[in-house]
Design a protein around this ligand. Structure first.
Ligand code: PMP
Length: 344
């Protein structure tokens, strides 16, 4: 028999099929069984690889996107990285309009992945021609054969999770999942995953994690947009100051809000207890789990799946940096523990 070389054809074949990992120490005194879907195992280190690949491949199938065409999006975060990665392999130009608030590290990372980056002033309103929304729209109009991903208002963002994250969790839990807990930003992850799971079993509870300073929880409760809910917060990628059409509010049973400080400490605790080096919103999701458990959401026989969206390496100058934590005043809390380094 001829020996075959065992290699995947390119990095994109590694997107999805992320592991489900049991949480042990951090959930020790909590009722129920807890499993983390660790999205950092995607090749671009976040859940956004799934939507980048899916949306681009759908555009190819429908004939919108042809070789050499352009992908445009407004993000300096995970979606930008994933789009740049997929664009390289598939031979597209990737243009990202980002806010001037974005860290130099993030901009360098996107450039490293071959993206063309437009840095737009952060202080202007969304309808100002210099805002990253308007710049992206203009570039889209100027580039014949370009696709504007527009993840907050793109149903394909939801579908990507309906066709991948949902079935994976159903299969990995052998249908025994009782609760899904996921961060909500665009809402694509929670809405698409929940749609698949609820079709299989409508009794599965779907809980979204939201940030203090975001409108999502209040909108879910009242169906009204309350400007008073909005104020600045530190966690990136969680919550929103607008209502994304990619969020299916009807499928979500409940939103739980978490603070910047408690989420940061939970992210650090996940590394120390489970060896899981995951991002700030994973800490937020973990904090949400703790609060929900204290409120009696889970029973002894609950099988709770929590989604951890990205990798810790993206937060080295923030949550995993003691100076940053101290500057935020996060070391005032009782849970704080600064680990000293020994210099020899
Ligand atoms: N965590 C991080 C780090 C993210 O970048 C995002 C995306 N904004 C989310 C969570 C939320 O995922 P979704 O947009 O699918 O709701």
């Amino acid at each position: 028999m001829k020996e075959e070389i065992q290699a995947c054809n390119n990095i994109l074949e590694l997107i999805g099929n992320t592991p489900l990992i049991k949480l042990n120490k951090i959930t020790q005194n909590m009722k129920g069984n807890y499993f983390a879907k660790v999205e950092a195992f995607n090749p671009g280190h976040s859940t956004k690889d799934r939507i980048a690949l899916y949306i681009i491949e759908q555009a190819e199938k429908s004939g919108i996107l042809k070789p050499g065409d352009t992908i445009i999006e407004t993000t300096s975060g995970n979606t930008g990285f994933s789009l740049a990665m997929v664009s390289i392999i598939k031979g597209y130009e990737c243009i990202l309009a980002v806010s001037s608030k974005s860290s130099a590290d993030k901009i360098d990372m996107l450039k490293t992945m071959g993206a063309k980056v437009y840095v737009c002033p952060a202080h202007v309103s969304a309808d100002d021609p210099r805002s990253y929304y308007e710049v992206a729209k203009r570039l889209h109009n100027e580039h014949v054969g370009s696709v504007y991903i527009n993840q907050y208002f793109n149903e394909l963002n939801v579908d990507a999770h309906y066709y991948s994250t949902g079935p994976e969790i159903w299969q990995q839990t052998q249908g025994k999942i009782t609760h899904l807990v996921a961060c909500s930003g665009t809402g694509g992850t929670i809405s698409g995953t929940a749609r698949f799971l609820k079709e299989k079993n409508p009794n599965i509870r779907i809980i979204g994690i939201d940030a203090y300073g975001s409108v999502l929880q209040k909108y879910h409760q009242t169906h009204e947009f309350d400007q008073n809910e909005i104020y600045p917060y530190r966690i990136e990628g969680l919550g929103k100051n607008l209502i994304p059409s990619a969020t299916d509010f009807d499928i979500i049973d409940k939103f739980e809000k978490v603070t910047d400080e408690s989420s940061a400490h939970r992210a650090r605790e996940l590394a120390k207890t489970e060896g899981l080096f995951v991002g700030y919103t994973s800490g937020a999701a973990m904090q949400g789990l703790k609060q929900l458990e204290e409120d009696g959401e889970f029973a002894e026989d609950s099988n709770v799946v929590v989604i951890f969206p990205d990798h810790g390496s993206r937060y080295m100058s923030k949550v995993f940096n003691d100076k940053w934590m101290d500057e935020q005043g996060f070391f005032d809390s009782e849970t704080a523990e600064i680990q000293k380094v020994e210099y020899v």
